[in-house]
Design a protein around this ligand. Sequence first.
Ligand SMILES: NC(=O)c1ccc[n+]([C@@H]2O[C@H](COP(=O)([O-])OP(=O)(O)OC[C@H]3O[C@@H](n4cnc5c(N)ncnc54)[C@H](OP(=O)(O)O)[C@@H]3O)[C@@H](O)[C@H]2O)c1
Length: 282
Amino acid sequence: MSGQTILITGGTNGIGLESAAVLAGMGAKVIIVGRDAGRVAQALATIKARSGADAAAYLCDFASFAAVRQLADQVLRDVPKLDVLINNAGAVFARRTLTADGLEATFAVNHLAPFLLTQLLLPRLKESAPSRIVTVASGRHTHGTMDFDDLGFTRGYQILRAYARSKLANVLFASEQARRLVGTRVTSNSVHPGRVATNIWAGAPAWTKPLIRFWLSRTFITVEEGAAPIITLASRPDLDDVTGTYFNRHEAALPSGVAQDWEVAARLWRESERLVAVNTRA
Ligand SMILES: NC(=O)c1ccc[n+]([C@@H]2O[C@H](COP(=O)([O-])OP(=O)(O)OC[C@H]3O[C@@H](n4cnc5c(N)ncnc54)[C@H](OP(=O)(O)O)[C@@H]3O)[C@@H](O)[C@H]2O)c1
């Protein structure tokens, strides 16, 4: 890890912050991305206190493609070598919410923004090869469906269905990205970190909060445990050539049937290109 540069989105909290602190302690040059200046400053202080290392940071709200493009421009300008991109930022929304771009927020923040960021940073990842893209998906992807006629749930929104769809998109994206990177020595994998006691359900409806608190205290693993598979995927040397794989925590595993469907992955890719307005063949 020593000297490797790692960019991690959602680095202000939960398993993203934990991964950033541990990877910085392993000698990596860590760059975190967050959407709130105060939380970013606090995260940098935590990383410094825990690892002794100064991390860098950028501000970006993933609910805006313009902000993602600006982030990519800054990274391409400032970071000459990028060894690992960790697509970790994620959120849930109690009610159907639209982003600055007019898209359903769960799908836009959890899938389209990291899709766009990855495409924009790919030239730097290729120049830096061997390099890695790690996308934090979820075991909840198994509940996900991909209704291409209504990706944004205009015909009825439900928080868990929207989250599951976005996480299914993470798995499909990571494997399709791997197929498109064959021969480049840039790997792309996705990971379910486990059910972790974090703030991810902060956006859930108020009436579910007592139940969530009960679950978190009884059945969920700690942030240290949840970050461990992400750290492994970002750093373990024997994973240099492993690509297109879904990890259930530390183990390579088969994702859901839909998540293994190449035609669905290819269609999602085309739809994602259209929605974020990038041409990945250009
Ligand atoms: N916790 C679990 O049980 C679990 C299970 C499977 C997968 N995951 C996945 O793990 C990843 C990390 O989640 P976590 O559990 O660590 O939750 P978390 O503690 O809530 O952390 C989420 C991170 O994403 C950032 N984020 C949210 N919305 C954003 C936006 N619009 N723009 C930029 N950044 C944004 C948050 O920033 P702020 O600090 O500003 O809020 C925070 O840094 C997510 O992709 C989640 O889907 C979690």
